[in-house]
Design a protein around this ligand. Structure first.
Ligand SMILES: [Zn+2]
Ligand SMILES: [Zn+2]
Length: 170
């Protein structure tokens, strides 16, 4: 399949602008012309490639590595796969997961720290009371990131209210 050895040599010699004799002399002295840097280099600077007529890769290892690196670099950041496993799906009713998700977003800077916001219920602002994110829509998977910032006292009131209304419907 493909080119014959003689044919390949002729093509290569032509490309380099030398005669087949010259080309053969180089090859006989243990050299190979790199397809990329066009230099005559020792055969052991080429990786083996069984599909080639001389069982060697057409470019030297140095050029090959540089080429692979340049190709690697050209992949834009947004197209690269994210590292690590994909985030697990939001599980309905999983309080711990919902809270962990919110905490993770605070740490990642995607949500402001609750203490830097005013309480949506009483408008309290300041470091004398702790603020928390309340999952005001509940812990269904689709509401895991729907939170409101409230102070601990208002959060407590909200939780009592939710508890009472749940008892009333039961
Ligand atoms: Zn090279
Ligand atoms: Zn409050």
């Amino acid at each position: 399949m493909g080119q014959t050895k003689a044919g390949a040599i002729k093509v290569n010699a032509n490309k380099l602008g030398i005669s087949v004799e010259e080309y053969n002399q180089k090859v006989e002295s243990g050299l190979k012309n790199c397809f990329r840097c066009k230099q005559w280099l020792s055969l052991d600077l080429f990786r083996s490639d069984k599909s080639r007529y001389d069982e060697k890769n057409p470019s030297c290892t140095k050029c090959r590595n540089a080429y692979c690196r340049s190709r690697h670099k050209s992949i834009p950041k947004e197209l690269r796969k994210p590292l690590g496993p994909p985030p697990s799906p939001c599980r309905d009713g999983d309080k711990r997961q919902a809270r962990a998700r919110v905490n993770h977003r605070i740490k990642a800077g995607k949500l402001p720290h609750p203490n830097s916001l005013a309480c949506v219920d009483c408008n309290h602002f300041g470091s004398d009371k702790r603020h928390e994110y309340d999952h005001y829509k509940g812990y269904a998977g689709i509401h895991h990131l729907e939170v409101e910032c409230v102070c601990t006292s208002c959060h407590g009131k909200r939780e009592k209210q939710r508890h009472d209304s749940q008892q009333a419907t039961e």
